[in-house]
Design a protein around this ligand. Structure first.
Ligand code: CUV
Ligand code: SF4
Length: 639
């Protein structure tokens, strides 16, 4: 084991300051004794660059890099003459481009898989949910009456391909956007064409000497982000539902205690569900279960982390071991016999921690190799080939476990898997359900509004703390909370995803939850499943009584502990769709500049949503609730 020498400069921060997650605290403590450090320690020992944090620097050409002064933002321009607004807008645009690229590329992988399943070249996967297939097809105007699933699927594939490749026109899911919202997009020229085109254009426009008007750059940010939310992410969600099943509520265990000392523990971490789906098949092979037993294990235990975990948590009830800031911590248990990853949010730091505990870290995706990890490539055409090999490796690691095993005994049971379809069914009380009861409860004031609380955890703030306190404050004020990604796992660990948590809600929301038997906090899935929130919002508009566009709804969104560029893209597509969206931790902008004013005020007057920023959970809640109340007033709901 490689023992880290502590320098005097390394500050030993109390673990309680790093995270409110008890299991993660225990493991950071163990890690310290074992001489292993984590992103928490590295964050504590590396101050964020203040100029970068304000987005006040530009390195888009080699006359620079140029640094401007956030304290006097208009006192100086770059060598080319670029103003602070141009520089910040260009930086922001490239974050949107990167985030949107991640989600759209993920969606494209799902579409590639769908194509090969439909044309019969892949047999290991199949269409599991034909009802969903028909519903998605109908939503973009494909005739389903009297046609076979295969015929519908072929046409759906062809239509959805344009989500990526359309050089002109509008992406297919623009047909799902409420008419008034779409009208606003058309007026401002932000209806996306194919994502490839939008991302290419953003990269071009942010090159040195091209788009140097921050409002015009922001337009392309909106168009690109919308190509993520209503494009790539939505395709990822819908195709995954069609192939692997649409989620409905399952009661499921979350937290590090889902690991089992006497079993072969396999963790899947990353984003694209195909790897995990194949792993579920592999671990259920009787020959492997026998082999595990022969190696002295009681069985094979499969658990997920981050968004990979969220995908199968909501679809199949597979246990979830923790969110983004617990991925190093989970390895410190010594109990993980293999961790297999695909793409996104995979810290390079995992390599070192895995090495310390003799846990094989396996990369599986050609787009994501990590120095020091073992690569076993996953291929949709022979999925089991790689997942079988991973299982065999895990069994052998179990047999030769050398690391001392210490598993935190924390397990929380919650209900997850509230797809938009299920919310419809649950509230309507039948398969021909509708959002009418939700709208009615908002109109009569039992539910004050709806909030989406989503996104990552970030070692710059105490893990899970902001998510949990914010959500508690929202439900206490009768705001129904929808969740995805790592935020959903934070609340699950805090026990708020159970129907019993209704007692923490205000009287109105509590009554609704108790009548329906639902938790006040509804877990919808992974980050790409934020598209489910867009669909839910569109349904609320369509049902009526809450205005004509998404911007009229008494709703708000938040990513209180975000860390990724994907979060910026998500935030911006919610803003462009009409939602007030508050981010925590830090915001890459100089306050008081014109670009700041544009994102935080002007976009709303143009008919979009707008950005907000606050760090403390109480303050974030106040901003969101005030906005919800403002929208209620405008709708004449509260006289
Ligand atoms: Ni896609 S993007 S840390 S795993 S939510 Fe989790 Fe979610 Fe952020 Fe990553
Ligand atoms: Fe500096 Fe302009 Fe080059 Fe940016 S593009 S590095 S501001 S000279």
């Amino acid at each position: 084991m490689d023992i880290k020498k502590k320098s005097d400069k390394d500050k030993e921060i109390p673990v309680q300051d790093f995270t409110t997650c008890d299991a993660t605290q225990q493991m950071i403590t163990k890690g310290r004794l074992d001489g292993v450090d984590t992103a928490f320690d590295r964050a504590a020992n590396m101050k964020a660059c203040p100029i970068g944090a304000d987005s006040a620097c530009c390195k888009h050409c080699f006359m620079g890099p140029c640094r401007l002064n956030a304290k006097d933002p208009y006192g100086k321009v770059g060598v080319c003459g670029a103003t602070i607004d141009t520089i910040m807008a260009r930086n922001f645009a490239r974050m949107v481009a990167s985030g949107a690229a991640a989600h759209t590329d993920h969606g494209m992988s799902m579409l590639d898989l769908f194509r090969e399943v439909v044309n019969g070249k892949i047999k290991d996967y199949s269409i599991k949910d034909t009802q969903k297939l028909e519903a998605v097809a109908q939503s973009i105007g494909i005739e389903t009456e009297g046609r076979s699933a295969k015929e519908i699927a072929v046409e759906l594939y062809e239509a959805l391909e344009s989500t990526y490749t359309a050089v002109e026109g509008e992406i297919p899911f623009a047909k799902r956007v409420p008419p008034k919202t779409l009208e606003t997009w058309r007026k401002h020229g932000v209806v996306p064409r194919g994502a490839m085109r939008e991302i290419m254009e953003i990269m071009h426009r942010t090159h040195m000497g091209v788009d140097q008007d921050y409002t015009n750059i922001t337009k392309q940010c909106s168009r690109t982000a919308l190509a993520d939310g209503w494009g790539g992410s939505m395709v990822a969600t819908e195709i995954s539902d069609i192939l692997f099943g649409t989620p409905s509520p399952v009661s499921i265990e979350v937290n590090m205690g889902v690991l089992k000392e006497d079993q072969v523990n396999i963790i899947i971490h990353g984003h694209e569900p195909n790897l995990f789906e194949s792993m579920i098949e592999s671990v259920n092979e009787p020959t492997f279960i026998e082999a595990a037993k022969a190696a002295g294990a009681k069985g094979i235990n499969l658990a997920g982390m981050c968004c990979s975990g969220a995908e199968v948590l909501v679809r199949h009830g597979i246990p979830h071991a923790g969110n983004f800031m617990s991925t190093e911590a989970v390895l410190i248990t010594g109990a993980v016999d293999i961790m297999a990853v695909d793409v996104q949010c995979i810290k390079q730091g995992l390599v070192k921690v895995a090495e310390c505990y003799g846990t094989p870290l396996i990369t599986t995706n050609p787009r994501c190799r990590i120095e020091g990890a073992t690569h076993i490539e996953f291929n949709d055409h022979e999925p089991k080939k790689s997942t079988d090999e991973i299982v065999i490796k895990a069994i052998s690691r179990f047999k030769n476990r050398k690391a001392k095993v210490q598993i935190p005994q924390n397990v929380n049971i919650g209900v997850h898997g509230f797809s938009h379809e299920y919310i419809n069914y649950m509230l309507g009380g039948s398969f021909r359900g509708s959002y009418r009861p939700l709208n009615d409860n908002i109109i009569n004031g039992r539910i004050r509004g709806v909030a989406g609380v989503v996104g990552c955890t970030n070692p710059r703030v105490k893990q899970d703390h902001v998510h949990i306190e914010l959500v508690k404050e929202l439900i206490k004020n009768d705001v129904l909370v929808l969740q995805t990604g790592c935020s959903q796992i934070a609340l699950a660990k805090a026990g708020l995803t159970t129907p019993e948590a209704a007692h923490l809600a205000g009287p109105g929301l509590r009554e609704v939850c108790e009548t329906v038997g639902m938790p006040p906090v509804l877990g919808l899935g992974s980050c790409v499943d934020n598209s489910r929130i867009l669909i839910a919002a569109s349904e609320m508009v369509r049902i009526g009584g809450l205005g004509d566009s998404i911007a009229d709804l008494p709703v708000a969104g938040c990513a209180p502990e975000y860390m990724s560029e994907k979060a910026i893209s998500i935030g911006h597509y919610f803003v462009a769709s009409g939602v007030y969206t508050v981010f925590g931790v830090t915001f890459p902008i100089v306050q008081g500049t014109r670009f700041h004013k544009h994102l935080f005020e002007e976009l709303e007057t143009m008919g979009f949503g707008k950005w907000g920023f606050a760090i403390e959970p109480q303050e974030i809640a106040r901003l969101m609730i005030n906005h919800i109340d403002k929208k209620r007033q405008a709708l004449g709901l509260d006289k």
